[in-house]
Design a protein around this ligand. Structure first.
Ligand code: 4NP
Length: 174
């Protein structure tokens, strides 16, 4: 997989921004899951993790109650407050991870430079479990299975993202 420039471990933390539409279901869940993986490796100081939405209508809200219920059952406490993605996020993050192709298109249209656009890597590029989905589907109008599916995809994707990025950052020969 082609990844953008990622700072080496000694250069400082790697900064990852998860992005969906409303920033109340998928991206705050992705943020919470990656945060938990990072913590379990005692690597909190090596990562900056945040999330945002391309739509600002839920700004200031906690994640959707249904997502919080399903995430809590798996041990994730989601306390992020929704915010809208801003073009300045391109300078504040190394990796910008859209959940679906509409989010990806939106982000691409806002990228100030080609180097910034290269920071956009869809979550599904990290998902290796068997699935018929090529995107993290919006659970907002779905039932419980929709939320469980999102968490399954995100747990798989975030584990691989953590492993891939950690291996890159520790590779002193690159
Ligand atoms: P999310 O889900 O993008 O995963 O946070 C949605 C939440 C709210 C809306 C759409 C999707 N909405 O249109 O309000």
């Amino acid at each position: 997989m082609k990844l953008p420039h990622i700072p080496a471990k000694e250069e400082g933390p790697v900064r990852v921004l998860m992005v969906c539409l409303g920033n109340i279901c998928r991206s705050p869940a992705a943020e919470g899951i990656l945060r938990s993986i990072v913590s379990s490796h005692n690597a909190d100081n090596d990562w900056v993790i945040d999330s945002a939405g391309t739509y600002g209508g839920h700004s200031g809200d906690l994640p959707d109650r249904r997502m919080r219920v399903h995430a809590t059952r798996r041990g994730y406490d989601l306390t992020h407050r929704a915010r809208r993605f801003t073009p300045s996020d391109f300078s504040d993050f190394d990796l910008i991870i859209p959940m679906d192709s509409a989010n990806e298109r939106n982000l691409r249209s806002m990228a100030p430079t080609l180097d910034d656009e290269a920071k956009i890597v869809p979550m599904m590029k990290f998902v290796r479990m068997a699935t018929r989905y090529d995107h993290v589907p919006d659970p907002y109008y779905e039932g419980a299975e929709g939320f469980e599916l999102v968490l399954d995809l995100l747990e798989d994707g975030c584990r691989n993202l953590y492993d891939d990025i950690t291996a890159m950052r520790n590779d002193t020969s690159r």
